[in-house]
Design a protein around this ligand. Structure first.
Ligand code: CP
Ligand code: NVA
Length: 313
């Protein structure tokens, strides 16, 4: 049995906005506990006999591998469902796919383009649906990011985080995650690449409740000033390949380099969800430097998703 926690059984995980601070902190605590258990080879087969389907309509290294291994380590069974092979590709609806998969599986992870597709899948599935990334949000990434920040800084509430780059899926989920746990977040993007207004509005409401602030700016130095955590992401996300050349031009002043991080606190940590493009959104000496924690961040995808699966399934 999974240790006694808040009861999240049966819930979908589409956005961190749908969860309370208490629930998010409980997921992080369980992630820390499971990380220790794995380290000391303490068995934790909480999902014996359970199966997780994983639908991927976009590429993935970390999300796919960490969810597969997570299920294996929890005693369950992961099934990778390539979008190219499913009947979805030939026009079967999300609703019908959801109804059918619910008869076989105990949970579904989906990575796709339109956030509405994930919502539709969740609406028609009778089992938990986990958002493994959409064009709008990437909540699994931010759960691991919060675990990593807590691990490195010993706290969440009261810290200052700067996100520099595109107002994209990772940025949106970071705003929700930070707002819930009381981290002040500053987002710096070029003009025209700001985060979605509706997400900013909702995140600001969350922030207000938890004594955190959200600052959206076009000035990267202002965002990074005195930051404890500096985060960036690719300039062109999956699906935006055609805009790559234009984006490389527009985002050049938003590169995370020595000069920019000189404005952060001396003990700042650097996060990047990966994959990274060295020489574009981040310079090599930063991502491979002493303040970077990106490999621990990537590892924590496994531990935090094990916690998530154990609690939802
Ligand atoms: N960070 C992340 O989600 O990586 P993948 O695209 O490799 O899954
Ligand atoms: N913003 C990136 C994240 C990849 C994990 C993308 O959507 O491609």
């Amino acid at each position: 049995m999974v240790p006694e926690r808040l009861n999240l059984k049966g819930r979908d995980f589409l956005s961190l906005h749908d969860f309370t601070a208490e629930e998010i902190l409980a997921m992080i605590e369980l992630a820390e506990e499971l990380k220790e258990k794995q380290k000391w080879n303490v068995p934790h087969p909480y999902l014996q006999g359970k199966s997780l389907g994983m639908i991927f309509q976009k590429s993935s290294t970390r999300t796919r591998v960490s969810f597969e291994v997570a299920m294996y380590q929890l005693g369950g069974y992961p099934l990778f469902l390539s979008a190219a092979d499913l009947q979805l590709r030939r026009g079967e609806s999300m609703a019908d796919t959801a109804r059918v998969l619910s008869r076989y599986l105990d949970g579904i992870v989906i990575r796709t383009f339109a956030h509405n597709d994930v919502k539709e899948l969740a609406e028609y599935a009778s089992i938990p649906v986990i958002n493994g990334l959409t064009d709008l949000l990437h909540p699994c990434q931010v759960l691991a990011d919060l675990q990593t920040i807590k691990e490195k800084k010993g706290q969440l509430s009261g810290l200052r985080l700067a996100f520099v780059g595109d107002g994209n899926n990772v940025c949106h989920s970071l705003m929700f995650g930070c707002a819930k746990v009381g981290i002040d977040i500053a987002v710096a993007t070029p003009k025209g690449y700001e985060p979605d207004e509706q997400i900013v509005y909702l995140a600001k409401q969350d922030a207000l409740k938890h004594g955190a602030s959200i600052n959206i700016t076009n000035n990267p130095v202002e965002a990074v000033k005195d930051a404890d955590v500096v985060v960036t992401d690719v300039w062109a996300s999956m699906g935006q390949e055609a805009e790559k050349a234009m984006r490389v031009r527009d985002f050049a002043p938003y590169q995370v380099n020595e000069k920019l991080v000189s404005h952060a606190r001396p003990d700042y940590i650097f996060l990047h969800c990966l994959p990274a493009h060295r020489g574009e959104e981040v310079m090599e000496d930063i991502i491979d430097g002493p303040n970077s924690v990106v490999w621990d961040e990537a590892e924590n995808r496994l531990h935090s998703q094990k916690a998530l699966l154990a609690m939802l399934l």
